[in-house]
Design a protein around this ligand. Sequence first.
Ligand code: MLT
Ligand code: MN
Ligand code: ZN
Length: 297
Amino acid sequence: MIIRTLGAGAGGGLPQWNCGCANCMLARAGLIPSMTQSSVAVRSGPSQDWLLLNASPDIRQQLAACDALHPRNLRDSPIGAVVVTNADVDHIAGLLTLREKTAFRLYATPSTLAVLADNSVFRVMDDNLVERVPIDLDVAFSPVPGIEVTAFAVPGKIALFLEGVEPPDTCTLGEQTVGLKIVCSGKVFCYVPGCADLPDWLCLRLAEADLLMFDGTIWADDDMPRIGAGPKTGARMGHLAMHGPEGSIARLAGLGSRRIFTHINNTNPVLDPSGPQLAAVTAAGWQIAADGMEIAL
Ligand code: MLT
Ligand code: MN
Ligand code: ZN
């Protein structure tokens, strides 16, 4: 299986348009790499048919930067299918860019498909060409040749733009936030770009992976309030911290797999190459994803 990280950033990317935090300043100055918003392309070794995991608002730039995803003929794309893990803007807005009359299959849970159906702007994807296929949780399907995908519920919340006046349940388990188990030639890749908690059963499930890419939005729950970037904690945003006794580093410490954090928010201190947070992540056996990172599994 060939896995290419098209984007490693959380919503907003790095730098984010309205953010002057230390990381965004460093990225604007070219001192640390910029990141587009999270998305991954996957294909089986023998097939040229790619599967996209989420469609980020930066998809146009991401596809332009990846030769393997360029058209091979007049009006063509090697993208056979897109799987969407939730209805967050950073995971669906790129669908609007895939509107120029080329066929592909779009897979998402019924509740995420309902969000798309409720937003008429997504009708720019021609129904005659883009088949919207509902995913059943815990049932494997094959969106492109040689690749088998199983979606499973992980703790999370509804998309920000669907929130009402009352704060939402930030740790719901259901169709609105899923992780993906992707199997190819006996190798297992788990992709979980958003996750609010790691109960024992989920740690066990992720232990199946040869490669895990996991939610790295925040280092600590108070990343944003600590630097004055806004009042929201990680928990309120539906993202589990890396750090701390219940954080992802500690909860997934027993895993033998290769472990990579992705969906990194621009305010996350792990992006400082000389900081103690990156040293701690690395010492714990984790890597930080970067745009353009390619892995053969
Ligand atoms: C998230 O991952 O929490 C969302 O992408 C936030 C957002 O919609 O900006
Ligand atoms: Mn996001
Ligand atoms: Zn920033």
